[in-house]
Design a protein around this ligand. Structure first.
Ligand code: NAD
Ligand code: UDX
Length: 471
């Protein structure tokens, strides 16, 4: 059976950081299938449809070129959710699953209201047989919730049938296109062999069969949480070691090299930084903590809680350190912040360490000037809960912020520069030219191992570098 031919129309609910790039790459690889990405947000869909490709709602290297190739051919963005669902053979649920902010499990459990609402809409508007694919990251057993909602409908309406698959997404932001085009693996969890084969055959258009792993639904759901928890745990581990380096005269970059050569440990994901950010790690570990508590495994919950608490400590210690080095007060001092996104090559600021660090510096009365190649002023104002300093005022009020592209203006009369995101632009800055503009004593705080320490020290500038006890 050529199962690929059975799937002609695919719909994705959710046009976010996962839905948009995932469907774009799939559309590029499967030209004979029509893909429709739908969302509740009118603004988002109109940005995905904008003629000017620099206006797409998310920034991902390589994405514009793919959108240009497939949009309007076999990839469409729309708000007409009901119509899209009614025509779909396969539906990906790729909506947000953030941590609950109120009610039972607030601050720890995932809020599944968007996933549940998708299941209800699919139940109402689908026709014939529909394969529903859980792409969102969800707590284990969520497929059961979706299944129950769909099956209760299946019983009522003639001719409507469903099967459920779990197909978690492992892309990382900033490398989404590359990760989607050449994934380490594709994971498909499910029971219905025909549906699994349909989805596998779509991926086989560009992914080797041996990389397509098939498991039961619960292993698939849990594997996604476990993968993120393991990755985050490595970051907390190296950040913990980095802080020991700082007080003992060791250098975490040397330690990283030495341990990374051990093939059992491996070289990847051992970069010290200002704490992990992004929309996934914290939320997914909280999810594991919640599940552990729910199933009576408090020791397991405590183990993962420690990964998060080390990360919180790492974020907080950076702003404290800046204050300490600047003679215990930063009130009225000018501090440049290089990087606001949670990592390089994305415009996403969710859980970015820069938010917490900037808030703490502002509350100490610092005047901060932020630079980021892709994050805009509106987003920063939302994250900081504070508007930028007003253009009409010549002098800074204390505890103010502004966004600035011009490095001369950022460095001029500043007391310190704090590097928070490892954008390539910062690696190639003319440090000689810009540091001369700073107030003395001038400080560079490098939380991302971006600068060359010898170069900075030769310029007579004081340097703090994460995990560096040799300074
Ligand atoms: P996002 O917030 O960027 O996008 C989600 C979109 O879903 C939003 O645009 C929202 O308007 C839309 N939406 C919500 N309810 C809807 C509904 N009923 N119908 C249609 N659209 C609806 O989120 P994201 O970063 O794309 O993440 C989506 C899921 O994928 C989450 O579960 C996340 O944990 C997981 N994930 C994210 C990443 C990542 O790097 N961002 C990677 C892997 C997995
Ligand atoms: C993560 C997972 O990597 C991805 O597989 C999953 O699908 C979604 O969650 P993402 O959050 O987009 O991806 O980016 P990632 O590269 O994992 O970085 C997360 C955070 O950890 C960033 O703040 C990053 O700067 C930080 N990080 C990463 C480190 O501090 N050190 C490292 O060695 C790697």
């Amino acid at each position: 059976m050529n199962t690929k031919l059975d799937i002609q129309k695919i719909v994705c609910l959710g046009a976010g950081y996962v839905g948009g790039p995932t469907m774009a790459v799939m559309a590029d690889k499967c030209k004979d299938i029509e893909f429709k990405v739908v969302d509740l947000s009118k603004d988002k869909i109109s940005l995905w449809n904008s003629k000017d490709l620099t206006k797409l709602p998310i920034y991902e290297p390589g994405l514009n070129a793919i959108i240009k190739k497939v949009r309007g051919k076999n990839l469409f963005f729309s708000n007409n959710i009901e119509k899209a669902i009614s025509q779909a053979d396969m539906i990906f649920i790729s909506v947000n699953t953030p941590t609950k902010t109120s009610g039972y499990g607030a601050g720890i459990a995932s809020d599944l209201k968007w996933v549940e609402s998708c299941a209800r809409t699919i139940a109402s508007f689908s026709s014939g047989h529909t394969i529903v694919v859980e792409k969102s990251t969800v707590p284990v057993k969520t497929a059961e919730v979706i299944q129950t909602i769909l099956q209760s409908n299946q019983d009522r309406v003639d001719g409507k049938t469903f099967s459920i698959l779990s197909n978690p997404e492992f892309l990382a932001e900033g490398t989404a296109v590359k990760d989607l085009e050449n994934p380490d693996r594709v994971l498909i969890g499910g029971e219905d062999k025909y549906s699994i084969e349909c989805l596998a055959s779509i991926y086989r258009n560009w992914v080797e069969d041996k990389k397509i792993i098939k498991t039961n639904l619960w292993s698939s759901e849990l594997s996604k949480l476990a993968a993120n928890a393991f990755l985050a745990q490595r970051i907390s581990s190296i950040n913990a070691i980095g802080s020991i380096c700082e007080v003992t005269g060791a250098d975490v970059r040397e330690v990283k090299l030495a341990i990374g050569y051990d093939q059992r440990i491996g070289k990847h994901f051992l970069e010290t930084g200002p704490g992990f950010g992004g929309s996934c790690f914290k939320k997914d570990i909280l999810n594991i903590i919640y599940l552990s508590k729910y199933y009576g495994l408090p020791e397991v919950a405590k183990y993962w809680e420690q990964v998060l608490s080390l990360n919180d400590w790492q974020v907080r210690r950076i702003s404290k350190l800046v204050v300490d080095k600047l003679f215990g007060t930063i009130s009225g001092k000018k501090i440049g912040i290089l990087g606001f996104a949670f990592k390089a090559n994305t415009n996403d600021t969710r859980e970015s360490s820069a938010i917490q660090i900037s808030k703490e510096l502002l509350s100490e009365g610092a005047n901060i000037i932020i630079n980021d190649p892709k994050v805009n002023e509106k987003q920063i104002a939302k994250d900081l809960g504070k508007n930028p300093k007003s253009e009409s005022k010549n002098n800074f009020e204390q505890g103010s912020w502004s966004l600035e592209e011009d490095f001369e203006l950022i460095f001029k009369n500043s007391d310190a520069i704090l590097i928070l995101t490892d954008w390539e632009d910062y690696k190639n800055l003319n440090w000689d030219k810009y540091t001369k503009l700073m107030r003395k004593p001038s400080w560079i705080f490098d939380s991302r191992s971006v600068v060359n320490p010898k170069e900075i020290k030769d310029l007579g500038v004081k340097l703090w570098r994460i995990g560096d006890g040799t300074l």
